[in-house]
Ligand binder design. Structure first.
Ligand SMILES: [Zn+2]
Length: 355
């Protein structure tokens, strides 16, 4: 049986209630301003300064409903590009001999923490679509013949898979066993492995830059506690502070995190065995050239035809936007792809109709 690949974009998470890229900052600062004494925190003061200087937004004073925030990728992408070019922005420097330098490095970490906090929002309504999808794939006996590829940092599909008995996730990379109870290790004996490639990193991956090792953070430990409490985030072996692996789309090539490179390599390799590629909640944005490159390679370098289905509708979506996306998909992948009018919910509820 040829395998099926399910490609999960931001729209799949949005269907579960996760904020879309463009809403992350608005959601965060709205919630923050509802709290007391928020402005004492260094993280808040620094983020306020960053948005003021770079985007002319005062996140603590302006009317948030009237503001168009940059996307998370834009805000963090500026910093990553500056690091790569060894340049600074006015008032935001790289590390230097000056005391308290490397403001760019700190702001980047604060932005990741902010995003983690928004995505880990316990009050958010999770509709369980990812779980329904996994249920149906198990029911039809095709879960282990399915490869998941996700551009999302959140843990919606991870949790939908790892909460099942007898199933372990294969992220395509080797994790180190730090503590005896370090949670979902992919090479767990006697378990069925389900492949999940997270091409932009994941909130539950904790990287030690000194040992060059990666840990999977157990869900129960609370991802955010580990990120916000540095004492808990130290590498057990060398005491360095571990960091999450979050690699925004456009710049991953230059970030050259070896784990991410491995994920991309394995994604390409495994896609050669795939007969059917299903895009869910992915709008095929012009900026994602690395994804396009990957898909084009596997589409053209094969003896049989790659079947492609697109599921990218949602309730209330503007029909013009749908037409635009259809055109974008077809001009790049050919007119014989199957561009549906279905939503992610349809796919999760009637999975068998799409396989
Ligand atoms: Zn270490």
């Amino acid at each position: 049986m040829r395998k099926t690949a399910i490609f999960l974009g931001g729209g799949a998470s949005a269907a579960e209630g996760a904020p879309v890229q463009s809403m992350i900052f608005k959601k965060y600062f709205k919630a923050l301003r509802a709290e007391n004494n928020y402005s004492d925190r260094t993280l808040v003061r620094e983020l306020q300064a960053y948005f003021k200087q770079m985007f002319y937004i005062d996140v603590l004073q302006d009317d948030l409903d009237k503001i168009s925030f940059p996307t998370f990728e834009e805000a963090i992408g500026l910093l990553d590009l500056a690091v790569r070019k060894r340049q600074s922005f006015k008032a935001f420097d790289l590390e230097s001999l000056a005391p308290n330098s490397n403001r760019i490095g700190y702001i980047r970490q604060y932005l990741v923490l902010l995003m983690a906090e928004v995505l880990e929002d316990k009050t958010a309504v999770v509709r369980g679509f990812h779980c329904d999808l996994v249920d149906h794939l198990i029911e039809f006996g095709c879960l282990t013949d399915t490869i998941f590829i996700s551009t999302n940092y959140d843990l919606l599909i991870d949790r939908a898979l790892s909460c099942r008995d007898g199933i372990a996730i294969d992220y395509g990379i080797e994790f180190t066993k730090g503590m005896p109870d370090d949670g979902l290790l992919p090479n767990a004996k006697g378990m069925s492995l389900v492949t999940l490639y997270k091409v932009h990193g994941s909130l539950n991956w904790s990287y030690c830059p000194t040992c060059n090792t990666l840990l999977v953070i157990d869900d129960q430990q609370g991802i955010l506690t580990l990120l916000t409490d540095p004492s808990q985030a130290r590498c057990a072996k060398c005491q360095s502070v571990r960091a999450p692996v979050i690699v925004p789309p456009t710049f991953f090539k230059d970030m050259s995190n070896s784990f991410i490179n491995t994920v991309w390599h394995k994604t390409e390799k495994s896609l050669h065995d795939v007969g059917h590629l299903i895009f869910c909640g992915y709008s095929f944005p012009d900026a994602d050239m690395h994804i396009k490159y990957l898909i084009k390679r596997i589409q053209t370098n094969r003896s049989d035809k790659l079947k492609i289905t697109v599921i990218n509708n949602y309730p209330g979506k503007n029909p013009e936007k749908m037409d635009e996306e259809k055109e974008r998909y077809q001009r790049f992948l050919g007119t014989d792809i199957c561009f549906t009018n279905n939503t992610f919910e349809d796919f999760c509820n009637q999975t068998e109709n799409f396989l």
